[in-house]
Design a binder for this molecule. Structure first.
Ligand code: C5P
Length: 221
């Protein structure tokens, strides 16, 4: 075939979404940000005061949610039942809670089903935590993208608008907490797939990371 699927997994702030979007751009593939989908579910639940433990309410909510991903001006836009929530899902409130909702069996089941459907025709670059291990175990290329906690916190720090500034130490703490929750959950925890290639981006530029993934993808065609 002339198209493959590429899975990019790794901890928070390793640069997965930037890298995945650029790789997709260079290859003419579709980029799918699965973290945005977990965030959209979190936002929707928060609005309805549903907690991560309320399986039945979550299940009802999920079955009435339509999530659409569309290529936008700067990256990808995400819509929930037609509403553009691209900005809203980046709030600290969502960021702080998302790992709890992502640990829910019903949430993972519904979202991974949607993600598998999206990748059915190949030519997809999907980033997340469990893409290579669980969502697309047959992806032709799997990358596990990491960076030190310090470096990841620093990148987040630089991205924050001045009016939302948070001390660097606080960001480090929140990133480490989210990693721990994602790595320790029972269902589809964050772990490197056995056949994934690990790239540590701590001392690499974005262009270098993108270049090496594009090069690797050519070896899989
Ligand atoms: O990638 P991002 O940091 O936006 O993901 C937000 C959260 O969504 C992660 O911390 C994780 O809890 C959850 N997630 C997941 N599985 C994925 C993608 C994201 O559990 N495939």
């Amino acid at each position: 075939s002339d198209r493959i699927n590429i899975a990019i997994d790794g901890p928070a702030g390793a640069g997965k979404s930037t890298v995945a979007r650029m790789v997709a751009g260079q290859l003419g593939y579709v980029y799918i940000d699965t973290g945005a989908m977990y965030r959209a579910v979190t936002l929707s639940a928060q609005r309805l005061s549903i907690t991560a433990e309320q399986e039945q309410r979550l299940s009802d909510m999920l079955h009435s949610l339509r999530i659409d991903l569309e290529p936008g001006v700067s990256g990808q836009s995400i819509f929930v039942n037609g509403e553009d929530v691209t900005q809203l899902i980046r709030s600290r409130e969502v960021t702080r809670q998302v790992s709890y909702f992502a640990a829910s069996a019903v949430v993972r089941k519904v979202l991974s089903g949607m993600q598998r459907n999206m990748a059915g025709r190949k030519g997809v670059v999907m980033d997340g935590r469990d893409i290579g291990t669980h969502v697309l175990p047959d992806a032709e290329l799997k990358i596990f993208l990491t960076a030190s906690v310090k470096e990841r916190a620093l990148r987040r720090f630089k991205e924050l608008p001045a009016d939302q500034s948070v001390p660097l130490e606080q960001l480090e703490k929140e990133i480490a907490e989210r990693d721990a929750l994602d790595e320790q959950r029972e269902i589809s925890p964050l772990v490197r797939a056995k056949d994934a290639i690990e790239l540590d981006s701590s001392h690499m530029t974005i262009e270098e990371v993108v270049g090496s993934i594009v090069k690797l993808s050519r070896t899989k065609l």
